[in-house]
Write a protein that binds this ligand. Structure first.
Ligand SMILES: Cc1cc2nc3c(=O)[nH]c(=O)nc-3n(C[C@H](O)[C@H](O)[C@H](O)COP(=O)(O)O)c2cc1C
Length: 449
């Protein structure tokens, strides 16, 4: 019998932890938003746990204007992710470094240049989480009207991604001759200008960064709308999902893998990794009690603010222990909001109960239990066709990550579901993804180191 495919793991970094009140916990690293050494320690710990990659999310601005209620929120100021990843590249050796940049605010040339450079600095460990942005709180920092509807956002993102990939192929792998004797540094035949003229961008190229170790940095996406899923299927190497249940996870997995196949791509070369928020304890009860402790640290005002910001509708005028009112869908977090509305209706949740549901995992799957129970859950999701791996989310750093590495990782290894050492030097290599050939060369796809 073929051995089951090994589980891939991302480590979703968020300063004090993913729970909204994590910073109030006596064991949290509340200063992580501005103390880089915290990120460094977490990255090194994750590398000890043989995680495939670190992941940093981002938004281009403070996520609320309601400072009175937001004063309880820790996730308002943090070190810019790209800068963080460049620094972490020198503090780690094997773990992948994936961070977020928005196609709504950046330029394709700038993104292509930065991520190719991160790939060189990290020797083949860079990844870009491609997002579109609909939030007016971010758009106003760029002097423009929000581009809300998914069709518009993703049309720009599709062209953006195409330009970036084209620029990454500017130089053939063997373009640099560095021939001291003849004085020829590079072969102009192996340099390709892009000459892109599209609806949103005009980019001549070529890129002034050589082809990077992975050929192209790993492309990650998390679009969940129809347009988002399509772009991910066409271009992404890794797709993050937010699935609150195994059933939703399987639906997403089947739908996206089918879309990948319809694009003529190999579904095994596109990895689907749902968010997985894990609270560990020596017993399930202890894990639940630990989570409850965090839940009780959420001030009401913050919980309501968090939910309101999340769904783009102000809820502060409604009773917190009353039902979620019937609300319109905005252009914000469309698919995730829809999912939350359904959840609230299905389970008859009050506003408080709903904010508590997203306080830890923001709609991602949440699990509580012993290392064995969590490993069972991960095995179940991968065997059931809902995941190729997970984007691990600790409610509380650093303790939960350390317990995960001490307990869950060895349990998965015992079952043959997780690596016992890094297989490769590059992120693509560890993810089992081929190194893409340049569009300008006809050589066979080179193996990753
Ligand atoms: C794991 C994960 C990470 C994400 N990271 C970010 C992020 O850093 N910044 C952001 O604005 N959106 C982020 N998103 C949101 C997605 O990019 C996407 O907009 C969302 O899933 C809704 O899909 P849609 O844009 O197709 O409606 C993330 C989503 C997931 C599941």
């Amino acid at each position: 019998m073929a051995s089951p495919r090994q589980i891939k793991l991302g480590m979703f970094l968020r300063p004090a932890g993913h729970h909204i009140a994590a910073w109030r916990h006596p064991e949290s690293q509340a200063d992580a938003g501005w103390n880089f050494s915290r990120y460094m320690e977490l990255a090194q710990t994750a590398e000890r746990g043989l995680f495939d990659m670190l992941f940093l999310a981002d938004t281009s601005g403070v996520p609320t204007d309601d400072m009175e209620n937001a004063r309880h929120l820790a996730y308002v100021a943090w070190i810019e992710p790209f800068t963080t990843m460049a620094a972490l590249a020198t503090a780690t050796k094997r773990i992948g470094l994936v961070c977020t940049s928005s196609t709504s605010f950046e330029t394709p040339f700038g993104i292509a240049r930065k991520f190719a450079s991160l790939d060189l600095v990290s020797r083949g460990r860079a990844g870009w989480n491609l997002i579109t942005s609909a939030n007016p709180l971010e758009w106003r920092n760029f002097g423009a009207e929000p581009q809300g509807a998914p069709a518009k956002r993703y049309a720009r993102a599709r062209e953006f991604a195409g330009v970036v990939e084209g620029l990454w192929d500017s130089w053939d792998d063997d373009a640099f001759l560095v021939d001291r004797k003849s004085g020829v540094f590079f072969d102009p035949e192996k340099l390709h200008a892009l000459d892109h003229k599209g609806e949103h961008f005009q980019v001549r190229g070529p890129l002034n960064v050589s082809r990077s170790p992975q050929g192209r940095p790993v492309l990650v996406q998390a679009g969940a709308s129809d347009e988002g899923r399509s772009l991910a299927a066409e271009t992404a190497d890794v797709i993050f999902a937010a699935a609150p249940t195994l059933e939703v996870g399987r639906e997403f997995y089947a739908d996206v893998k089918a879309r990948v196949a319809r694009c003529g791509r190999n579904p095994d070369h596109v990895l689907i990794m749902p968010g997985f928020q894990v609270m560990l304890g020596s017993s399930e009860q202890e894990a639940r009690d630990r989570f409850e402790f965090l839940q009780n640290l959420i001030p009401d005002a913050l919980g309501v603010r968090h939910l309101s910001t999340y769904i783009g509708v102000e809820l502060s005028g409604y009773p917190v222990d009353g039902p979620l009112p019937d609300l319109p869908l905005t252009n914000l977090n469309v698919s995730r909001t829809e999912m939350l509305f359904k959840l609230a209706r299905r389970e008859n949740l009050t506003i408080r109960q709903l904010y508590q549901r997203i306080a830890g995992g923001r709609g991602h799957f949440q699990t509580f239990g012993t290392a064995k129970q969590v490993a069972d859950m991960m095995e179940e999701w991968t065997m059931a066709g809902a995941a190729d791996g997970f984007n691990y989310m600790a409610p509380l750093f650093p303790g939960q990550l350390e317990e995960f590495i001490a307990g869950v990782i060895p349990e998965l290894q015992r079952r043959g579901l997780y690596r016992t050492r890094y297989e490769a030097d590059t992120l693509r290599g560890n993810l089992g993804l081929p190194r893409p050939a340049s569009r300008h060369t006809h050589s066979p796809v080179a193996a990753t180191a």
